[in-house]
Design a protein around this ligand. Structure first.
Ligand code: 5GP
Length: 229
């Protein structure tokens, strides 16, 4: 078959468009980080301003659109004034958010909704999902992963001991996530501690997947890492 110039151009455009549809240029992002935080590590420094009764399980920080090249689109149109009272998220989902996604810090009248609203406006608006679909996916994906159990089954537990990065990596190797550390002072010394575990979620928000490369440790230095109690 012989193609004329116009046909060749059409094929080229269609090929280009279908390529773009599979990249961040079409959607604005390629996958999400579902960011789970270890509340003890958020709250164990003097200026944390946390509320009492710090949870002893990983809680949600947020679900952030990411591009393969390392970008994260933020603050897209569609911001809300207050997630809980917006009427855009059903009560069942809000109930799950209250349980799994508490604001650890002190806030105004409704600290949880303040935190969700910040996260929606900064990250959720760039998901191209409606608030209901976005928040439902966040809590469902978070509920599908039990990080504490996974770590415990590999004898890594929140007991203030230090753990080797290689052992943490081995325990989490189904997800190959990002492990983010922060610093804690204890007994006149500074330690790196597990602060967040960032899991990869497919672009449609429907599945937690391996991040597809070795576990990355961020702000963890090269030494052993504390899992704080
Ligand atoms: P991002 O704004 O990029 O989603 O996340 C960073 C911010 O989230 C930081 O300012 C950090 O202090 C805040 N953060 C982390 N955990 C909590 C929390 O439980 N409550 C509140 N209000 N902020 C939090």
């Amino acid at each position: 078959m012989k193609l004329n110039g116009a046909a060749v151009a059409t094929v080229a455009v269609v090929t280009l468009l279908s390529f773009l549809a599979g990249t961040s240029d079409a959607q604005g992002y390629d996958f999400f980080y579902l960011v789970m935080q270890w509340p003890r590590a958020v709250c164990n420094h003097p200026r944390s301003n946390c509320r009492p009764a710090v949870p002893q399980t990983f809680t949600i920080h947020g679900m952030w659109p990411q591009t393969n090249s390392g970008g994260s689109p933020q603050n897209c149109p569609g911001s809300l004034r207050d997630v809980r009272s917006s009427g855009r998220v059903d009560r069942t989902t809000l109930g799950a958010m209250d349980r799994q996604w508490p604001n650890l810090k002190r806030g105004g009248r409704d600290p949880n909704s303040q935190f969700w609203t910040h996260e929606w406006n900064k990250h959720g608006t760039c998901s191209r999902m409606q608030p209901q679909d976005y928040f439902r996916r966040v809590v469902d994906r978070a509920a599908s992963v039990d990080l504490l159990r996974l770590l415990r089954s590999n004898r890594i537990q929140p007991d203030n001991r230090l753990y080797r990065q290689a052992d943490i990596e081995a325990a989490l190797n189904v997800y190959d996530p990002v492990v983010k550390c922060n610093d804690v002072r204890s007994g006149g010394r500074s330690y790196k501690q597990i602060h967040e575990i960032r899991l990869c979620v497919q672009m449609d928000g429907n599945r937690v997947v391996s991040c597809g490369r070795r576990t990355q440790f961020r702000s963890c230095g090269n030494g052993d890492i504390r899992f704080s109690r």
